[in-house]
Design a binder for this molecule. Structure first.
Ligand code: SIN
Ligand code: CO
Length: 348
């Protein structure tokens, strides 16, 4: 978990800062592990199913403009990038490199279904995506290098001339400025203007949140946070849309869908307990439940009390074993497998 500054606890962080105001947390992380190298990040940006962007800062005359190119990129192109003024951003890294999901353990006080993705950027000196606002909360964890963040809770107007593709704001001084080094973390609630510029080549790991537009939870309580669990309080917050919340928070991005096995493959797997009992949840799968229903990859289904205990255990451990497979039963497992819940090992 993040080391919160002063005598903040996870409860007081939620009460005072979550969805409310920014918090700079110096040395909140001992070592960002597992980490990724800039070459590994660049390699991800060459792949078809990975969402990546390069943002160039063009400084001409007295005006700065930001130019975006979207991936995948050719290796040669990435190797020939200039020395300064660009930033490479790769989204959903934990879905492509499942080991990196461990970084979500830095924020155990946030429900896992509120987390959208781990986005990692590498910026050359001077690199930035420009001043902007995001609609969602984010924990910006500094890896190697040095980045300066300016933030402003004041109103900063849009600057349509700054970029053709990015919804940027006018450049601003900021009411706060933080120079972040490895291990420092900046938390930003939705809507706060921010502008990060690499002082030295740097990597930033962003744990980004998501929620449907009708949902917000500034009153989030630690007691309701359990893996995969949509608490009665969460459903209350969704109000009239409560019946949609589970499907909505487990919906997958179109280009990030696990490949589900067919009927014959499922039957064969159920006959191979040695393989079945080692299966892990697929890194792209989104699984959640409330007191009455189960939600997987945007699909809902009723859940009785016995099955709920098994699904809660699966959400917490993210892997099967013999007792859990037995408790889920053949019908339950078949359904989960058919929706792409599990990472199916290659046949030996
Ligand atoms: C980054 O450049 O790594 C973060 C982008 C952002 O400000 O959202
Ligand atoms: Co941002």
């Amino acid at each position: 978990m993040l080391k919160l500054p002063g005598n903040l606890t996870d409860e007081t962080f939620l009460a005072r800062y979550w969805q409310k105001k920014p918090l700079f947390m110096p040395q909140a992380v001992d070592a960002l592990r597992p980490a990724i190298t800039r070459n590994e990040l660049a390699w991800l940006a060459t792949l078809d199913d990975v969402e990546s962007r390069l943002v160039f800062t063009d400084r001409a005359d007295d005006r700065t403009r930001y130019r975006v190119e979207t991936g995948p990129f050719d290796v040669e192109f990435l190797q020939a990038l200039p020395k300064r003024d660009w930033s490479l951003l790769v989204h959903d890294v934990e879905k492509h490199l499942p080991a990196l999901r461990r970084l979500f353990k830095l924020v155990p006080f946030i429900p896992d279904w509120r987390i959208d993705d781990l986005m990692i950027s590498f910026a050359a000196p001077g690199g930035s995506v420009g001043p902007h606002r995001d609609n969602y909360d984010v924990f910006l964890c500094q890896g190697i290098g040095v980045r300066e963040w300016r933030t402003s809770t004041a109103r900063v107007a849009k600057d349509h001339a700054a970029s053709d593709d990015l919804a940027l704001l006018h450049e601003f001084e900021g009411d706060e400025s933080h120079v972040t080094r490895q291990g420092d973390v900046l938390y930003l609630p939705p809507g706060v203007a921010h502008w990060g510029t690499a002082k030295r080549a740097c990597m930033t790991y962003s744990i980004g949140m998501r929620a449907p537009s009708y949902y917000s939870d500034p009153d989030l309580q630690l007691a309701e946070v359990r893996p995969g669990y949509l608490s009665p309080a969460a459903l209350m917050r969704a109000g009239k849309q409560a019946s949609q919340l589970g499907r909505s928070v487990t919906e997958l991005k179109e280009w990030l869908q696990p490949l589900a096995p067919g009927d014959d493959e499922i039957t064969a797997l159920l006959d191979r307990p040695a393989v079945l009992h080692k299966m892990r949840l697929h890194s792209m799968a989104r699984l959640a439940f409330d007191d009455h229903r189960l939600y997987l990859n945007g699909i809902g289904r009723p859940l009785d009390d016995r099955a709920r205990a098994s699904i809660a255990a699966l959400c917490a451990r993210r892997r099967l074993d013999g007792p859990l497979a037995a408790a889920l039963g053949e019908r339950g497992l078949r359904w989960l497998l058919a929706q792409g819940a599990f990472d199916i090992p290659e046949k030996e």
